[in-house]
Design a protein around this ligand. Structure first.
Ligand SMILES: NC(=O)c1ccc[n+]([C@@H]2O[C@H](COP(=O)([O-])OP(=O)(O)OC[C@H]3O[C@@H](n4cnc5c(N)ncnc54)[C@H](O)[C@@H]3O)[C@@H](O)[C@H]2O)c1
Length: 439
């Protein structure tokens, strides 16, 4: 049976079903459609399905024209109907894996997807979990639900884990260009998952188990969280000594081996780096171990918005102004440059703190025209303000939280009376440097 599926994968007649059409699922569709597969796209969000059916994209780096071509060419069929999961030969799960309020893994989306699949599962299907999660999720959470169907993994169905490494906003790497690690529940599952991704992805790296693939993803994200915490901590020390941390990192990165640059910022954001390491912390607690590096990194990174607001208060104070009543415009609410994704953005932490201190606060983000409603933040309705010379000069201070490429930083510095830069975005601005403060 596995041989038949392998043949269908190799001649590209296998139907690829992608479950969860968000920041990960949609680029993955692009990779498989480009490779010549017909895809079924599943989501529970009617708004997303309607958008796709109308040929519209809701993700900045996937164009509407591309979506239109998929729909018109019948390369993508988006649907809310989970009973159609049996139509796909291969199912790739890309649903969210957030943290609960007590910062424990919240696998309810993975579990409900697994139940939907189990309800219609048929022999010969390959199921791959792509959502980021802790090691053992595939074996201990996904497989038991799938096997409630009466079908057995490696005999009737095939199951693997392959972490998504999407880097939104990075024009150098699309889903198809990022090597993919694959760990199956057994030799047949690994072989099939490898065969599948090899059709669409530049390089596939098979590993010995789903646990290795799961741990690999968590290692990658924890590595970033810890190294970002290190430069954030160094920033607070070097600031006090009047040493520019960005200049230090740029000098250090000239070492041709043994050093990779990480840059400080106003805190951590996005759906991955602030969240995934806590999956590991939770797992370690279950094993009776502590993950002190991760906890410490979380502590340092989560203090950064406080640090930035304290510095901002000092810079305004130098000009004889309190935060209360000062007109402050925050630039960039997306969690990183050139994306339209505000999830877990430290900008919201900055905004909450500035509002609590009485600032007359506005924001601008070319990719986020209005603030979305958020479960964990209590912010008023706000709309992105246009950055005209009049608007900028009427501010007491402009706070750069995200360094979008669309910003003309020379123009911003020219017109704003004080610019607080948390990203070294103004490094190439030559005029008006006396108005710039790094924080
Ligand atoms: N965004 C990234 O850059 C990135 C990178 C690597 C890994 N990941 C991981 O990939 C996973 C997905 O992240 P994302 O950023 O694409 O999330 P997302 O919120 O953008 O998309 C997830 C989609 O899944 C849908 N969904 C939820 N429950 C569903 C269900 N039961 N059935 C069908 N669809 C369902 C949601 O409606 C949503 O459209 C997460 O585990 C994340 O950690 C994300």
């Amino acid at each position: 049976m596995g041989t038949e599926l392998e043949q269908r994968i190799r001649d590209k007649t296998a139907r690829v079903g992608i479950i969860g059409l968000g920041y990960v699922g949609l680029p993955l569709i692009s990779a498989f459609v480009e490779a010549g597969f017909r895809c079924l796209g599943f989501d529970v969000d009617q708004v997303k399905i309607d958008a796709l059916l109308a040929g519209r994209s809701y993700i900045k780096h996937i164009s509407g024209t591309e979506v239109q071509q998929w729909i018109e060419g019948q390369q993508l069929e988006p649907t809310l109907d989970m009973s159609r999961l049996h139509e796909a030969d291969v199912l790739l799960i890309c649903v969210p894996t957030p943290l609960s309020d007590s910062r424990d893994p919240d696998l309810r989306y993975v579990e409900s997807t697994a139940r939907s699949i189990a309800a219609v599962l048929r022999p010969g299907q390959l199921i791959v979990l792509e959502s980021t999660t802790y090691p053992t999720t595939t074996r201990d959470v996904l497989v038991p639900i799938l096997e409630q169907s009466g079908l057995t993994v490696e005999q009737d169905i095939y199951v693997a884990y392959s972490p998504e490494r999407e880097d939104p906003g990075n024009p150098d790497y699309s889903a198809a260009g990022i090597p993919k690690v694959v760990g199956g529940m057994g030799a047949a599952s690994t072989r099939l998952a490898q065969a599948l991704y090899e059709q669409a992805i530049v390089q596939v790296i098979p590993v010995s188990s789903p646990e290795v693939a799961e741990a690999c993803k968590i290692l990658e994200n924890t590595y970033r969280a810890v190294n970002i915490a290190l430069v954030n901590e160094l920033k607070t020390l070097f600031d006090r000594m009047d040493i520019d941390v960005w200049e230090v990192v740029d000098a250090a990165k000239t070492k041709p081996f043994g050093f990779q640059p990480f840059y400080p910022g106003p805190g951590l954001g996005g759906h991955c780096i602030p969240i995934d390491p806590f999956y590991l912390t939770w797992l370690a607690r279950k094993q009776g171990l502590a993950t002190r590096f991760i906890e410490l990194a979380g502590e340092v990174n989560s203090q950064m918005p406080d640090y930035v607001v304290t510095r901002l208060g000092e810079f305004l104070n130098d000009l004889g102004k309190p935060i209360r009543g000062s007109r402050i415009c925050l630039l960039g609410v997306a969690y990183k440059k050139d994306v339209d994704d505000p999830r877990e953005s430290p900008s919201f932490e900055l905004m909450e703190r500035l509002l609590a201190r009485g600032a007359d606060l506005t924001y601008n983000d070319p990719h986020i025209p209005a603030l979305p409603s958020m479960r964990h933040h209590n912010l008023p309705d706000m709309k992105s303000q246009e950055l005209t010379p009049e608007f900028l000069s009427a501010q007491d201070c402009v706070l750069i939280a995200t360094d979008h490429s669309d910003y003309d930083f020379a123009f911003i510095v020219e017109h704003a009376p004080l610019v607080i830069d948390t990203r070294n975005a103004t490094q190439h601005v030559t005029a008006g440097r006396d108005k710039i403060r790094k924080a």
